[in-house]
Design a protein around this ligand. Structure first.
Ligand SMILES: Nc1ncnc2c1ncn2[C@@H]1O[C@H](COP(=O)(O)OP(=O)(O)OP(=O)(O)O)[C@@H](O)[C@H]1O
Length: 347
């Protein structure tokens, strides 16, 4: 395929003229393609009009392989005429200091370094296949809509915002784009490590699902968009409702309510009659947000059990009777009184 015949459709809505945009370049296929596509789009007559730069983070892991990644990105940027910031971080030290796992420590250090750069936006090269994997992994872990929202196309922050202009582009398109230009990239050896869940989802699970529906990646990515909008809607709707519905603390003899002063303990209550007046979708959200306010994230199963305790639907082994009680994970206890669901957490 001749150079230039295949383009990568960058999400133009995320790119604003005059802004300083820094591409986070690992040297892998995705970020190499993103940088190249941005350089090309900026050079076209209808230019993006952005001030382009790049950054590469050396995580202090993978020895010579990481040194070669850095050298690759340095040469790429030199050839493209893009100013590059190289950052060295010490992931093993972070793991020891903060007790974080390897991936988490590397990611946190990377984002901290990138967000500290004097630019308006950091562009990462997450693409549609990454999104599909993320949504599937969240689903497997039992996520609700907030988790199913997956990777956000844009994240506002105090410093530069994070943008993902390739989030609607398939991995195959990225590879075609690079091959059409004869552009090499670096392969990360950990991408083949099947002890990592993401790699098993990518190499084992998704290929099977594609046999049932070849469009599964796009469907999962579409689900992320829907879930993100649903979440935003509820984030808007819930606060005033929670102020009306959630009674803080516990009722005390003689009237009124008292919040516990014991360290690590928190409680609230929901009036059952008021819950009854809500549509089921809203009721579930209110319950979930009330418990979230106590620092606990309910699973789907826990939510169903608590609703059954309050008399909304059934759950095997749960009695919807006054005086019944549930003991859940992480010190969460829910008790049904005559009028209320009383929720407390000892943690
Ligand atoms: N060493 C690096 N230096 C600069 N940017 C990087 C580096 N590693 C990853 N990135 C950027 O982050 C994007 C995602 O990388 P990758 O998929 O490896 O990370 P992840 O941990 O799966 O995702 P996340 O960035 O959401 O934590 C890359 O496309 C690239 O833009």
């Amino acid at each position: 395929m001749a150079k230039g015949t295949i383009m990568l459709p960058l999400d133009a809505a995320l790119l604003r003229k005059g802004e300083r945009v820094c591409c986070a370049v690992s040297g892998g296929a995705d970020s190499t393609a993103m940088l190249l596509a941005m350089v090309e789009a900026n050079a076209r007559k209808e230019s993006l009009g952005i001030e382009l730069s790049a950054a590469h983070v050396h995580h202090g892991l993978r020895g010579a392989e990481a040194d070669a990644d850095e050298a690759f990105v340095r040469e790429l940027c030199q050839r493209l005429g893009v100013p590059l910031t190289l950052v060295h971080v010490d992931t093993p030290a972070r793991m020891a200091d903060e007790g974080e796992g390897l991936e988490e420590a590397a990611r946190n250090l990377r984002y901290e370094a990138l967000r500290g750069l004097p630019v308006d936006a950091i562009a990462t090269a997450h693409h549609l296949d990454d999104q599909a994997e993320t949504v599937l992994m969240k689903l497997l872990r039992g996520a609700w809509t907030e988790g199913l929202a997956g990777i956000a196309p844009e994240v506002q922050a105090d410093g530069p915002r994070t943008i993902r202009p390739l989030l609607r582009v398939r991995k195959a398109e990225i590879l075609e784009f690079l091959e059409a230009r004869g552009q090499a990239w670096r392969e990360d050896s950990t991408n083949r490590d099947l002890s990592l869940t993401r790699n098993r989802v990518r190499h084992d699970l998704l290929p099977v699902l594609r046999q049932f529906n070849p469009q599964i990646d796009a469907l999962l990515a579409g689900m992320a968009d829907v879930a993100r909008d649903e979440e935003a809607y509820w984030q808007d709707q819930l606060p005033p409702l929670l102020r009306q519905m959630v009674l803080p603390g516990k009722p005390v003899r003689g009237g009124g309510r008292a919040s516990s002063t014991a360290v690590g303990s928190a409680s609230c209550a929901l009036e059952i009659e008021r819950l009854k007046a809500l549509p089921a979708a809203m009721r579930r959200r209110v319950l979930r947000a009330a418990v979230r306010g106590l620092g606990h994230r309910l699973t789907a199963e826990e939510t169903a059990k608590i609703l059954a305790l309050a008399g909304f639907g059934g759950y095997p082994g749960v009695l919807g009777k006054i005086g019944s009680r549930l003991e859940l994970r992480e010190g969460l206890r829910v008790e049904r009184s005559a009028r209320e669901l009383q929720i407390s957490r000892q943690g």
